[in-house]
Design a protein around this ligand. Structure first.
Ligand code: NAG
Length: 294
């Protein structure tokens, strides 16, 4: 709380040319900005091979970056910084800043990402922003974004919507927020941090508004605060399930037929991501109408 004003930290790993430079960046349709922690190596590896592939899908170029800080313990940090440098050499997809990568620094990570975006990728049409333990049907994300073409010039922020959520005042909770930090009894509407899709326009608005809003440690709520200040509401997308699948009882929650229709599901193990990505692209996959989540 005492260091909330600190929001400028040097980059340790950067990919300034990720979007083809600031001018070239309007050619990029979708940027996947995935919040990871240094230790989550397996998650990054499987994402690179599956839903996070850098490719052109139906004419839409996709790029990927992982957002990381530094492991909190000095001993781990040395090894993991080494690992991240190796990953960077092989994949060129790591944005690392010199701050402690902890739960309450996620907002800092988000703000640093927006600063990076303004500088190196200002023209990108859409940004997917989410965690590294989710399964994303990137093809569906692209289709949805394409169906809203022209929206990149306008506001778009969709995810799992939380409205009328209140700050937790129970001291031992992970989400405890003392009244000294936030007096308000209610959070503004926000999309769950597990995964959300925003337009380039909305990303610019967030960068702009965040300059005048003190960092609040819960990152998804913070984005809600930025949107509220701009008068732009977030919206719900039924295909974004950051709280799990919620399939009917006696049905298999791992049935690929569900995932063919969804945009995002939390949470997946790396091996499950590998299996599911293959399964939803199986030409032989037959789904009856009954297997539907909508
Ligand atoms: C956030 O990162 C800064 C810089 O590394 C560190 O001093 C601070 O303790 C971290 N905050 C939390 C809540 O971990």
């Amino acid at each position: 709380m005492r260091y909330r004003h600190c929001r400028s930290f040097p980059a340790l790993l950067d990919v300034p040319s990720k979007c083809g430079g600031a001018e070239g960046s309007s050619n990029i349709f979708l940027l996947l900005a995935i919040k990871s922690s240094p230790v989550n190596y397996e998650r990054r590896e499987v994402i690179r091979k599956t839903w996070g592939q850098e490719r052109t899908f139906e004419g839409a170029p996709i790029r990927r970056v992982f957002l990381v800080g530094v492991a909190p313990s000095a001993q781990d940090a040395k090894k993991l910084n080494w690992l991240l440098r190796l990953e960077q050499r092989e994949h060129g997809d790591v944005l690392q800043w010199d701050f402690k990568d902890t739960f309450f620094n996620l907002t800092l990570k988000q703000v640093l990402f927006h600063t990076w975006l303004e500088k190196h990728c200002p023209g990108v049409h859409f940004i997917f922003n989410g965690d590294d333990d989710v399964f994303v049907n990137t093809d569906n994300v692209i289709h949805f974004a394409m169906a809203t073409q022209g929206i990149e010039e306008r506001h778009l922020m969709v995810g799992q919507l939380f409205i009328n959520n209140s700050p937790v005042r129970i001291q031992h909770s992970k989400y405890f927020v003392p009244t000294q930090l936030l007096a308000s009894k209610q959070y503004p509407p926000y999309c769950g941090g597990g995964g959300m899709l925003m337009s380039g326009f909305t990303a610019h608005v967030i960068s702009r508004e965040s300059r005048d809003i003190e960092l609040f440690p819960i990152d998804d709520v913070y984005l809600g605060m930025c949107l509220e200040k701009a008068g732009l509401p977030p919206a719900s997308h039924v295909g974004i399930r950051t709280m799990g699948m919620g399939v009917p009882a006696n049905t298999d929650p791992f049935d690929p037929c569900y995932y063919r229709e969804l945009l995002l599901v939390h949470r997946f193990m790396p091996y499950e991501t590998a299996v599911m990505w293959q399964a939803i692209h199986e030409p032989q996959l037959l789904c009856s109408k009954r297997v539907s989540i909508f």
